[in-house]
Design a protein around this ligand. Structure first.
Ligand code: ATP
Ligand code: MG
Length: 260
C-alpha cells in the first residue's frame, strides 16, 4: 500500500454521545484505495455508530470527515452517497419479489425515450456489473428471494457499485452466511479491491478479518485502542486489543489503548 496516495476517506476526532454514553469518543480512521480496513471491537464498542456517522445515518457531535483529502459535508445518507460512500447493512436492503436487474435500478430506473421502463438496457447493465463481481451468476430472471445469501449479497454490492461507490462499508457481511457463501463474499471483496474500491469491514469473526483485511482498527468503549497491518500482528494479539485494550508492538496505539 502506497501511503503517499491520499486516503479515500479520513475520519478525524469523531465523537458522538447518546445521553451520557460516549458511543464514539475522539476516533480516527482512514482508508486507502483498494484497501480493506476491518473495524473490530466487542458488542457496544462503537463500530456501527462510527460507520453510521460516515454513512450519514447519524450526525456526529464533533470531528471532521475528509474525502479525497477535502472536507466533506456529510449530514445525511444522500450526502454520503454523493461522496461515493455506500453502506451494505447486515439486513440487506434488497426487494425479494423482483429480479436482480430490477433490484439494481430500484428507484433509479432507466426509461426509454417513450418513458416506459427500459428492461433491455437495465438487464444488459445488470449482466455487465454482476459479471464483473460474480462471473458465475446466471439467475438474472429469478426473484431475489430465490437466491442464496451470497448471491443476494452480490446483488446488494452490485447496486452500490453501479452508482459509483468508491467507499464501501460492510457491517457484518458474512454473519448470516454459511462457509461457502462466506467464501463467495470474500471473492467479491477481492474483486472490489482490484477495482480500487476501499472497504470498511465490520466483523466479529477474527478469521474472516485475517483473510480479508489489510489493516485492523480496534475500538473499545468508543475509543480507538490501536491500528495495525494484519501482517504485522497475530490473531491472539488482535484479540488482546479487543478484550484488554492492550496494543502489541506491531500496532500503533490510539487513545483507547490501556497502559502496558
Ligand atoms: N441510537 C442510539 N441511542 C442510544 N444509544 C445508542 C444508539 N446507538 C448506539 N448506542 C450505544 O452506543 C454504544 C455503541 O453501540 P454500537 O452499536 O456502535 O456498538 P457496536 O460496536 O456496533 O456493537 P455490536 O458489535 O453489538 O454491533 C452502545 O453503548 C450502544 O448502546
Ligand atoms: Mg454493530
Amino acid at each position: 500500500m502506497d501511503k503517499k496516495t491520499t486516503p479515500l476517506i479520513e475520519a478525524k476526532d469523531i465523537s458522538i454521545a447518546f445521553g451520557g454514553i460516549k458511543a464514539v469518543d475522539h476516533a480516527d480512521v482512514d482508508l486507502f484505495p483498494g484497501e480493506v480496513v476491518a473495524i473490530l471491537g466487542h458488542n457496544g464498542a462503537g463500530k456501527s455508530t462510527l460507520i453510521k456517522i460516515l454513512s450519514g445515518a447519524y450526525k456526529r457531535d464533533s470531528g471532521q470527515i475528509l474525502v479525497n483529502g477535502e472536507v466533506a459535508d456529510i449530514a445525511n445518507p444522500r450526502d454520503a452517497k454523493k461522496y461515493g460512500i455506500e453502506t451494505i447493512y447486515q439486513t440487506l436492503a434488497v426487494a425479494d419479489n423482483v429480479d436482480a436487474a430490477a433490484n439494481l435500478y430500484l428507484g433509479r430506473e432507466i426509461l426509454t425515450t417513450y418513458g416506459t421502463l427500459d428492461d433491455t438496457a437495465m438487464e444488459a447493465e445488470a449482466r455487465r456489473v454482476m459479471g464483473r463481481l460474480n462471473p458465475n451468476f446466471q439467475r438474472f430472471k429469478e426473484p431475489v428471494a430465490k437466491l442464496s445469501g451470497g448471491q443476494r449479497q452480490s446483488v446488494a454490492i452490485a447496486r452500490a457499485i453501479l452508482f459509483n461507490a468508491k467507499i464501501l462499508i460492510m457491517d457484518e457481511p458474512t454473519a448470516a452466511l454459511g462457509p461457502q457463501e462466506t467464501e463467495q463474499v470474500g471473492e467479491l471483496i477481492q474483486q472490489l479491491k482490484s477495482d480500487g474500491i476501499g472497504i470498511f469491514l465490520i466483523s466479529h469473526d477474527i478469521h474472516d478479518v485475517f483473510d480479508l483485511a489489510d489493516r485492523v482498527a480496534v475500538m473499545k468503549n468508543g475509543k480507538m485502542v490501536g491500528y495495525a497491518k494484519t501482517k504485522d500482528v497475530t490473531k491472539d494479539e488482535v484479540l488482546g486489543m479487543i478484550i484488554l485494550g492492550k496494543c502489541p508492538p506491531g500496532a500503533t496505539p490510539g487513545p483507547g489503548a490501556s497502559d502496558s
